[in-house]
Design a protein around this ligand. Sequence first.
Ligand code: DQA
Length: 150
Amino acid sequence: MNKVLVLHGPNLNLLGTREPEIYGHTTLDNINNMLKEQAEKAHIGIDFFQTNHEGIIVDRIQQSAGYDYIILNAAAFTHYSVAIRDAIAGVAVPVIEVHLSNIHKREEFRHNSVIAPVAEGQISGLGVGSYQAALYYIITKLNGVVNNEK
Ligand code: DQA
């Protein structure tokens, strides 16, 4: 069975009450439940993990052997964590970078992602849809139907 790991970075545990004008009212549990349903329908295994700590994200990426893909919202670490970037570059598991908000139309310090150059792709600004679109892409890719591979 194909398996996906969803990694949520700092402050995403506060979703639902955190700056709802930017991030909406959906909680992290809501997001995970939606993704779980989407994955189950596609017969794909999915695990979720949230941490506020940079090194723990590095550890989880290093321990990701066995997963086919990682969906990563590194939150604020996106913009400066060379350690997370290097962890992604150091493992074979491909990463899709996601953001709820459109980082490119927010403050300038959010425009740059140090992760993007080592990610397979970046989806930003679609709210929960960023995660859902990432999972949709992964499911179709694993089934060989992306890029007319089948
Ligand atoms: C975020 C965007 C980041 O700039 C911010 O630090 C976050 C969340 C997003 O999902 O929109 O914490 O990654």
